[in-house]
Ligand binder design. Structure first.
Ligand code: KMH
Ligand code: ZN
Length: 304
């Protein structure tokens, strides 16, 4: 009998999109991020994707000292795979965004595979009960926001990290980003197995229709064959629908308060662990089991 497939659950703990005014459960301080990450791993996440925030303002920060505080605690207290952002926030320079991954050399870092407009309107969704009263000025600021990830930027991150053994979560928000990734593979700057995080529901990227999910999957299959591990994240209220769809198509799933503040219509998720347990229930309902951190390390060829 074939070995059952193990699904890698990633939990993105706090991110840069949401603000602490939107949910009292969004982790802000190093201790909150640490506890949320450990809680997510205990609930079944194999990987935690981490950003930091300035504890005084709650704003995203790429200050290495802030990352160092929670990274060493998480490593000391559990065996989850640590994945540090190089995306930071779209308002930061790529040099600034790179610093935590460059200095702390995690097993995984994110790498965003193309420049794009970065709007948040789809996260408002169609159904009021599943939305949030985003501050108008904040929403307005995203109308003029470009998330810059030029070929030079991507190359800069790859080259800077090449001696530290970090492998990447390739964030692909649209079909063109898969082609950009294929270009770097062709040039020999990236080697498989690729961990591809296809992102659905950011305005400026691909949408959240099942056809969008199938299209990204089919394109990645054609470009990368067996050389990739596919994961999905759905923004806002699309988190669980996209995750369920992809899981039943052979994918892995990312959840966490970075991507959605919700645990159902009108109900804020009280923790990251709540969302991990929610997706775990869905996966187990599909007769799938979750990968342990070590199983994820094996599947993604991480340095451990
Ligand atoms: N916030 C997500 C849509 C990164 O950190 O590099 C994408 C993300 C980017 O996680
Ligand atoms: Zn992130």
């Amino acid at each position: 009998m074939a070995k059952p497939r193990k699904v890698i659950v990633t939990c993105a703990v706090t991110g840069a999109i949401h603000t602490p005014t939107m949910s009292p459960h969004l982790p802000v301080t190093a201790a909150e991020i640490r506890d949320a990450a450990i809680g997510a791993i205990e609930a079944g996440a194999a990987i935690v994707h981490l950003h930091a925030r300035d504890p005084a303002t709650g704003r995203p920060s790429q200050d290495v000292a802030l990352f160092r505080e929670f990274v060493s605690d998480i490593k000391g207290q559990c065996d989850g795979v640590i994945n540090l952002t190089t995306g930071g926030s779209p308002a930061m320079t790529v040099q600034e965004r790179l610093q935590p991954a460059l200095v702390l050399a995690p097993e995984v870092a994110s790498l965003n595979m193309g420049s794009m407009n970065f709007g948040l309107y789809p996260m408002l969704g169609k159904y009021r009960a599943f939305t949030h009263d985003w501050e108008p000025a904040y929403l307005e600021s995203t109308r003029d926001l470009v998330f810059r990830n030029t070929f030079k930027d991507i190359e800069f991150i790859l080259e800077s990290c090449q001696d530290n053994g970090t492998r990447f979560e390739f964030e692909c928000y649209d079909t063109s980003h898969l082609y950009n990734l294929a270009h770097f593979v062709d040039r020999g700057l990236i080697k498989g197995p690729l961990f591809i995080q296809t992102v659905f529901g950011i305005l400026g990227g691909i949408g959240t229709h099942p056809d969008d999910v199938s299209h990204m999957r089919r394109t990645a299959d054609r470009l990368f064959g067996d050389e990739y591990v596919w994961s999905v994240l759905g923004a806002g209220r699309f988190q669980m629908p996209i995750g369920s769809m992809a899981a039943s198509m052979g994918g892995n799933v990312r959840v966490g308060l970075e991507d959605s503040l919700w645990d159902g219509p009108g109900t804020l998720a009280e923790s990251n662990a709540v969302q991990v347990r929610r997706v775990r229930g869905i996966l187990e309902g599909l007769s799938l089991s979750i990968a342990t951190p070590d199983e994820a390390r094996g599947l993604l060829a991480l340095k451990g």
